[in-house]
Design a protein around this ligand. Sequence first.
Ligand code: ADP
Length: 495
Amino acid sequence: MISSEIFPFAKAGGLGDVVPQLSEELARSGHEVKVLMPRYGSIETADLERLPFLLEPTLAGRTWSTAVYRYVMDGGAELYFLDQEELFASRGMYVDEAGQDYPDNLCRFGLLSKAVFPLCRSLAWQPDVIHGHDWHAALAMTWLRGERQNSAHFAGTISVFTIHNIGYQGIFDYGELPVLGLSEADYRGLGFEYYGKICLLRSALYCADRISTVSPTYAREILSDTYGFGMQDILRERSSRLSGILNGADYSVWDPGSDELIPHRYDGENIGGKGLNKADVQAEYGLELSEDRPLVGIVSRLVTQKGFAVLLGDGGENLRRILSGLDLQLVVLGSGEPWIEEAFRSIAAEQENLGLLVGYDETMSHRIQAASDFFLVPSLYEPCGLTQIYALRYGSLPVVSRTGGLLDTVVDIDENPASGTGILINKTNETPPEQADALFSGEDIFQALRRALALWQDRQRYLETQQRAMGQRFGWKEAGTEYLRMYEEGRRQPS
Ligand code: ADP
């Protein structure tokens, strides 16, 4: 595996949760799994083993002398950290302190993808599969083609690429081509070409033997013009190689019965602790201490993809209408685009029923899940989404848009009274037809929350739905089996 994020060492979003979970699942089922990631400055080396060799990959006309550290996870998957001072160890993940992408990200993640080959050689290990995650690992898919032709070491290795979010594509100026040491013919022939730019994601989609994404619905959606983000053509060409495999959740971390990050543990049979968590969070966020008003939670990157432009509305009017028109409380934990942070801040200053913490806080993310009665995820698109899966387990009923993995994990209670676990945001006819695939309005979110309130007031029905939600499981066993099946197919029939 190659990934730019592995929890608990580095995580910005779902990618950081998913890759270690999948790796551990495969390792537990008896496979040899090695995972490559950068050692960012925040990762201490004290508990890591330094390997007795240096890798010397070349990139941007230089040789990058790189140490490697190793760490074995509980299930047996081995993590390998690339320790390159100039590119990784002196920095964070993707952006500098001003929030700007590091200017040499092409070189940084190019190195991550390139180093996998000398690492495997140094370990005398011939992998069956090199599995890259998101654009940071895309170039490994491209370079494996050449390695497979030129080196017996990788002759039997296939490449698998997983799209965790097609909105992030690794696009760089054409002028940076020399960084990769590729020719004009490679640029055109290996799928990089994208409106005159270099697109790493596109090359991976072109070169990988198998492609997957993180839910069945998203696998269908990305073939469409609306959700394909410019990649729909190459994906349609390669659709026979594309699968959608729903992410699992790590229930050893996300279980209200054993979660050490929440003050009051609870489970389906003994739900009392949930109310205590709610009171704690209400107190902490300066909200009225009320059992009767439902608490709606949001834990999210504050980015446009997550639907905040719609939730907020022009000048915050949609959110103000929700907060003043519906008898509920909203608690928001997140960080991201400055204008979204600012909009929440100004509304929180004037509305008594909005609690806000701008920042990234793992403990608080658990506490909000445990405290909430509902959990709002109004994403414009959502490849899989993890927070609604955690919310189900915590008995915090998801209110979600009808897209991607949200649609694959939440069942609307009004449409399916016997099996419902949450509320899906319905689109009204007001949505302009040309946007009908993708968008819903602020009014649609308002109406969905109104249905949530009606459910809340129908106490018996709410509690039954909550029990059903808490009983849902999205495990890694099933997902692991599907990944193995995809690897097998890829090995039988590489592209
Ligand atoms: P994405 O990967 O698009 O960000 P997911 O729902 O797949 O969305 O995963 C988000 C993960 O990041 C979840 O584990 C969620 O709890 C966590 N998360 C997001 N924002 C924050 C935050 N501000 N503080 C703590 N955890 C967060």
